[in-house]
Design a protein around this ligand. Sequence first.
Ligand SMILES: CC(C)(COP(=O)(O)OP(=O)(O)OC[C@H]1O[C@@H](n2cnc3c(N)ncnc32)[C@H](O)[C@@H]1OP(=O)(O)O)[C@@H](O)C(=O)NCCC(=O)NCCS
Length: 180
Amino acid sequence: MTMPLPPTTTIARLTADDMDRHLDDLCRVLIDSVEDGAAISFMSPLSQEAAAAFWSDSVRPDVARGDRLLLGAVQDGRLIGTVQLVLAMPPNQPHRGEISKMIVHPEGRRLGLGTALMQAALRAAKDAGKTIVTLDTRSGDVSEGLYRRVGFEVAGTIPDYAFDPDGIQRHATTYMYRYV
Ligand SMILES: CC(C)(COP(=O)(O)OP(=O)(O)OC[C@H]1O[C@@H](n2cnc3c(N)ncnc32)[C@H](O)[C@@H]1OP(=O)(O)O)[C@@H](O)C(=O)NCCC(=O)NCCS
């Protein structure tokens, strides 16, 4: 089911220049989500410098090359959510795309933004000629339910995969896939 977005929100593809303009918001979404307990590779506390380095040094060059597509949910000029679709794959997997770092700011959740970002990413994958999209997510998270609802199937679960951001407990990850 597609829920209508809040009327002032748009889902847009971000260029490398757009990333520079939205850098503070990208960092805010990442830092506040890690503080909120999100399992998105980083440990808490995540510094502004480390967050900025992630966006500017790791993600931006891929976006500039077209190897990675970055989508943003923008509300009244402020970026409040984002998702990435990795397009550049090994030579034997040109048909596969990979979803990464789907994050909505804690204050913007449960309004349908995550679902809208994912649906836009799936459309973009299809437009890019991909036929299958894969991802992994902490088992049992809200995200897992969201991914199932938009048609992802569970491939399998790996226990003890990563630490929660507080460094105390480890969690399992669930690998999922969807044909597009
Ligand atoms: C996963 C995540 C991106 C979802 O973002 P979101 O914008 O809240 O997603 P949606 O609003 O589309 O859906 C989330 C829930 O809100 C519900 N919802 C959506 N629109 C709603 C509305 N208008 N009113 C009430 N509930 C609504 C959905 O049914 C869903 O329900 P659930 O909590 O029972 O599963 C967000 O929780 C997040 O950023 N988590 C931390 C980062 C993370 O773990 N990312 C995944 C990495 S793999």
